[in-house]
Design a protein around this ligand. Structure first.
Ligand SMILES: NC(=O)c1ccc[n+]([C@@H]2O[C@H](COP(=O)([O-])OP(=O)(O)OC[C@H]3O[C@@H](n4cnc5c(N)ncnc54)[C@H](O)[C@@H]3O)[C@@H](O)[C@H]2O)c1
Length: 230
């Protein structure tokens, strides 16, 4: 976790990096962020201040653009992208296999019935199912309806991986509540709601975000509660 020394002035404060262990693997948290759009890219860059992060996207063009140092969404400026030395960009899902935390930030457009279309989420869950190993935690950030994480996404991971939920792997949910283009308010002024599928998973997910979200976190009582719109 990142700690600012008590009494240090805000400008020029000394930041100490403490390694956060995944409690289920007992190894340092290594993150895969899946879907590098308006939400995923700035999140991956921020998390790379504290952790090793693989940023994965299925779009070859998006990965090529980011590797060239340009973010067409203008969420991350070229200097920030260049400075993110712990971020590896890839469209090869094999590069996710060393991760023990996955954060899914793929699009969920509203369908004709005004419900989020879970197509990309299901596809990303299949990707996770192919690369996940025991002890991993899968956190969803995409906007969904209450119940979608545990009822729609987790079963796909179980089916593809053969692993058992809440024994071999765990889930989390942390909604993105910022407005598109509202760069200044992403991680510094909006308290990040977090949740996990077991108390231990919840505490881990909360600590994971707590290291980089300067506005702080709020641990919800369940994934379903965190999924509910507010
Ligand atoms: N944009 C916002 O400010 C905002 C605010 C609140 C909530 N949200 C929610 O956050 C989620 C992400 O939105 P966004 O605006 O970042 O989307 P986006 O369209 O900007 O980016 C999505 C990225 O995911 C990639 N992708 C699609 N399917 C994939 C897959 N199966 N595997 C890997 N990568 C895949 C795309 O190539 C794209 O680069 C959505 O659920 C959205 O509703 C977004």
């Amino acid at each position: 976790m990142m700690l600012v020394r008590p009494g240090a002035p805000v400008l020029g404060a000394v930041r100490e990096i403490t390694m956060l262990l995944n409690p289920f693997t007992q190894t340092p948290a290594k993150l895969g962020v899946i879907g590098l759009g308006y939400v995923g890219l700035p999140l991956a860059v921020a998390l790379a201040e504290a952790y090793d992060v693989v940023g994965f996207d299925i779009s070859e063009a998006r990965i090529a653009e980011l590797k060239s140092g340009h973010d067409r969404t203008l969420e991350v400026d070229p200097n920030e992208l260049k400075a993110a030395s712990r971020l590896t960009l890839s469209r090869d899902e094999a590069d996710l296999a060393t991760c023990n935390v996955f954060i899914v930030t793929v699009p969920t457009p509203i369908d004709a019935h005004k419900r989020p279309d879970l197509g990309a989420l299901i596809s990303a869950s299949r990707t996770v199912g192919r690369v996940i190993s025991k002890g991993a935690v899968v956190v969803y950030e995409s906007t969904v309806y209450p119940g979608a994480t545990e009822e729609d996404c987790v079963p796909v991971i179980e089916q593809v991986s053969g692993l058992k939920f809440n024994r071999d792997f765990f889930a989390g949910y942390s909604p993105e509540r910022a407005n598109p283009g509202d760069r200044a308010h992403r991680l510094s002024t909006i308290i990040k709601v977090t949740a996990g599928s077991t108390p231990e998973a919840a505490a881990f997910v909360d600590a994971l975000y707590g290291a980089v979200v300067t506005a702080g976190t709020h641990l919800a009582s369940s994934i379903r509660v965190a999924e509910a719109p507010r």
